[in-house]
Design a protein around this ligand. Structure first.
Ligand SMILES: [Zn+2]
Length: 193
């Protein structure tokens, strides 16, 4: 068995790499490696190229922290989006979800780690962009309520309206597990934070 495995070094390297993806176990990693490298090699090469291109061209926007092609993202560069509302999310992928429902027309701020967030920069941005309302689009949970309070405290020197999405969003459910209709309703029925 050992010799057999050693002879398949590159296949095993691929399996080991795939296994590092969250939620992928050894069995699934082996199945994926078989599909990508043996059964459907063109797909494997296409994925390899797409990953390579993404790493080379996509990063985080220097203003809002969402994914961006270039230093500043498309939303931050769009003057039509500067309508005085700022939506705070906890992960760049949440920007995709909110953009998909199309109910929000302001700008974003991604705060992945509130303990290390540069609030001086954020306060400067809120002033410069004349932000009036801050909407928290976090997964409802006790922990996120505390984060919301922490951020509100940091921004308390500004005269802002704070609101958060709430109704229709069940507690402790990640935003990407909520259907579009519920998320759209939650956005429109936002409550004071
Ligand atoms: Zn941006």
């Amino acid at each position: 068995m050992k010799n057999y495995q050693n002879n398949l070094f590159s296949f095993n390297t691929l399996v080991n790499a795939l296994e590092k993806i969250p939620t992928i176990g050894k069995k699934s990693a082996r199945k994926m490696a078989y599909t990508l490298a043996i059964e459907n090699a063109p797909l494997g090469l296409q994925i390899a190229q797409a990953i390579h291109d993404c790493i080379a061209t996509i990063g985080k926007c220097s203003v809002c922290g969402a994914l961006s092609h270039g230093e500043v993202c498309h939303i931050c560069l769009d003057s039509n989006r500067k309508n005085g509302t700022l939506c705070i999310v906890s992960h760049p992928k949440d920007v995709f979800l909110i953009e998909e429902i199309g109910e929000f027309h302001g700008v974003y701020c991604v705060i992945e780690d509130y303990k290390h967030c540069d609030f001086t920069e954020l306060i400067k941005r809120v002033k410069e962009e004349n932000i009036q309302e801050v909407i928290f689009a976090f997964m409802p949970s006790l922990e996120s309520d505390l984060i919301v309070m922490f951020i509100q405290e940091k921004l308390s020197c500004l005269h802002l309206k704070f609101s958060k999405i709430a109704q229709g969003v069940p507690s402790n459910v990640s935003l990407d597990n909520i259907d579009h209709f519920s998320l759209a309703r939650a956005f429109n029925a936002r409550v004071n934070a």
